[in-house]
Design a binder for this molecule. Structure first.
Ligand code: PXP
Length: 246
């Protein structure tokens, strides 16, 4: 079955809007993670940014301690954050761009330009028993570079697909790019995740993309939780995921 990783960054964003610099405050992303797990989510995703704009260090340590599924730590390839990841030992790390020069025009990590540095970090994380994913645009150059880096996963950036969802021709173009990238990655031995901008409306169309292992979804689930509650929002998404045939 296609897996769901719930990105809880937005819970921390709301907390920081009121309690920045304080040791506690609501809503608590760790409590949210436990509700997501209890509702059936297969994993929890959190991005420890260099600027700590939402998730804080204490959040990732607590998540590591209490969640029973797997923690997907999104992070930039910087010495400080890599050192934290090596100590934290999340189940998987997804390397993402945080600075302009690391980003391709489509918003994914520019693996082709940084592949030596990424290969080195991938090796160190793998040596510590941590799987590695690279967040990339559905671009053949980036998929090929990811295979050279030797990561276990790629996460295909679905932002452009989501952005163009209401324009039929552009949506089809983005879908075709995702389809080709998933096939290329699978053929190269990479496992394929996807995320960014996915919601209750656009998933059905995305399901034409083959070989998907896991989707990482944040904004739409956390937004829906305001009206129906977090457990229901997660369960509704899981019901949609059941329609995916790999
Ligand atoms: N995947 C990655 C790599 C992300 O950085 C994010 C958050 O931007 C997501 C998935 C989730 O995106 P969204 O909040 O739009 O669902």
């Amino acid at each position: 079955m296609l897996k769901l990783g719930v990105n809880i960054d937005h819970v921390a964003t709301l907390r920081e809007a009121r309690y920045r610099g304080r040791e506690r405050g609501e809503p608590d992303p760790v409590e949210a993670a436990l509700i997501c797990e209890a509702a059936g989510a297969h994993g929890i995703t959190a991005h420890l940014r260099e600027d700590r704009r939402h998730i804080q260090d204490r959040d990732v340590w607590k998540l590591r301690e209490v969640i029973k599924t797997r923690l997907n730590l999104e992070m930039a390839n910087t010495p400080e954050i890599v050192a934290i990841a090596l100590k934290l030992e999340p189940g998987i790390v997804c390397l993402v761009p945080e600075r302009r020069q690391e980003i391709t025009t489509e918003g994914g990590l520019d693996v082709a330009r940084q592949w030596l540095a990424l290969r080195d970090t991938r090796q160190r994380l793998n040596d510590a028993g941590i799987d590695v994913s690279l967040f990339i645009a559905p671009d053949p150059v980036q998929v090929e570079a990811a295979a050279r880096v030797g990561s276990q996963f790629v996460e295909l950036h679905t932002g452009a697909f989501a952005e163009h969802f209401n324009r039929k021709r552009e949506r089809q173009e983005e879908l075709d790019r995702l389809l080709a990238a998933a096939q290329q990655a699978h053929a190269a031995g990479l496992r394929v995740n996807a995320g960014h901008g996915l919601n209750y409306q656009n998933l059905g169309v995305l399901f034409q993309v083959p070989h998907l292992v896991e989707l990482n979804i944040g904004h739409s689930i956390i937004s829906r939780s305001i009206t129906v509650g977090l457990a229901t929002a997660v369960r509704e998404m899981l019901v949609l995921l059941e329609a995916y045939l790999a």
